[in-house]
Design a protein around this ligand. Sequence first.
Ligand code: BTN
Length: 255
Amino acid sequence: MYKIPANTVFMGKNLVFVPECHSTNDLALQLCQQRTASEGTVIITANQTAGRGQRGNTWHVAPGKNLTFSCIVKPTFLAIKDQFHLNVVSALALYDYLVEKTTASIRIKWPNDVMVNNKKIAGILIENQLQGNSFASAVIGIGLNMNQEAFSINTATSLYQISNQVYDLNAEFECILHKLEARFLQLKGGKRNTLLADYLSVMYWRHELHTFVANDQTFNGTIVGLDDLGRLRITTPEGERVFGMKEIQYQATGY
Ligand code: BTN
């Protein structure tokens, strides 16, 4: 169903399509463990039956209507403490793709949810394989809602809902792989400052006063940016606070 992209150097050149699987991340992780996968190997399925999300959540979408795939990269040039840059790369790649599809407001909700009109259109699950103190490989799992008409939760959306168009999944997939490769090569080429500036410029809720929850406590604050480890910096009336990935939640607004 999916064809090898013509416009990439390595991303997707080894393309594995499985009509159905539990989780493309699981399949990609297996390949990494067997050490057989070349960099840029991509696993894609039409029906993921046990998709995994961040914080132990599930990722469940209608079969055949969306993009669910996992890309294997080998960021051996990256220190483990800098792993957040893979989130930046992946989220920006989806941003780059979406910005060409819609004039609606697209934002990256830290660390790497992609939001359109305040609703989540894409989720990313990155899983790393380390070798000693460095990266062996990383699996970038992406779920992007494309042609799904309706969702059981009102916090999710799709490109179809935004534009009322049905998309050719194969053509769009090729385009996304190209964007992902371009952002990854930017990271490999040492353009971290550019990547971070791009990320910050489209960050959801940045410079706005909002409500968050941490340690079962609700507080108001304003996202001001990230620290060196990619943690979220929030100014509050009590001073600046810094949060790692599983330490904070955004309080839902009434949409
Ligand atoms: C999240 O927002 O919680 C992350 C969702 C990531 C879902 C994708 S779909 C393809 C890949 N395979 C998985 O099992 N999960 C990721």
